[in-house]
Design a binder for this molecule. Sequence first.
Ligand code: SF4
Ligand code: SF4
Ligand code: FES
Length: 359
Amino acid sequence: MPDFTLKIRRYLPESGEAAFWQEYTVDLEGHRSVLEAILTARAEQDGSIGIRCSCRAAICGSCGVRINGKPGLACNTHLEHVAGDGSEPITVEPMGNMPVLKDLIVDMDAVHWKKIQRVTPWLLPEGDPPAREYIVPHEAMVDVTQSMACIQCGACVSDCLSMEVDPLFIGPAALAKAYRFVGDPRDGARHERLEDLSEDPHGIYDCTHCFNCIDACPKGVAPMSQIMRLRRIAGSDEEINDRNNGHRHETAFVKNIRKNGLLHEADLLPDSYGGKFHPRAVPELVESLPVITTALLRRKVTPTKALLHPHRKEFKGLRRIFDEIEDKDQRLELNLYVTGVEDEPLEQAAAEEERGPHE
Ligand code: SF4
Ligand code: SF4
Ligand code: FES
């Protein structure tokens, strides 16, 4: 059997020392998991290694760690997939954005579960309960299946860039959980939930679309997609114009691209507050001066480019995209977790039946 070397980030709170790295070599088949390697090292070499685990089958969500710098489940990661050519050890460290309690164990209560509780993670039905059971259309439940697949492992929270900058951000796992109830037809507090998540400065408009949570999630929940769905329902369907200007900013962004072909940063800010002459434009501009100054200093934008924006000449392809999207009567929501083929259209099936069996 091949040897695999694990380089584990250790932290022993009782020692009063800072965290350090320690290596362990284990003799296991390549298809065995990183969790099995850690448990083998603990059983045979060092009983003090701390790791949380239970099911060992990617179901309970308790063995979230960072492996070679990426978040994931230790029990769901094969050694041969992360060992490379074997010249470097496999690094295993605790998840990010949560305080470390010991070695690979993080304080999920302090961050993850607190945020889950923040979104009222239970149904709030309206009126008296029905005499028998609630009848829910099949499509409605399919719509929330993706967010229901969450096993609360915290991998998405670990690598959320917004949460790193703003620890108060509600975060990917909790917002995916929020969609599970917003999308449920039995819930009677849809508008209130969306208003709450839009008005909170650390709510749905605090996500920066970095895609890390989509990459991190071992269950295909795609939290960022659920957040975008919350935004579309809040802004377009429920017409919630939040005080953070999140919805107005999104609308201004689309308008800006449609008009200029390329984003014209100098217009985006005032447009997000209702235009250059809107009473809020000047105070908002003054408030944004530190951000603008940083952007200028880092040459993200230059004064010439900001004022003399090079408008795109060729609009044909771009306009076609806008026309195609805006022509639709109904918004098409894709639940990416549910895969399969569409049933045959009824007319086609009827025509085939009429033609009789194939020869
Ligand atoms: S896409 Fe949004 S929620 Fe997901 S990790 Fe990035 S900032 Fe966080
Ligand atoms: S959304 Fe995915 S990564 Fe985040 S807690 Fe749930 S299962 Fe884990
Ligand atoms: S031990 Fe349960 S998900 Fe890994």
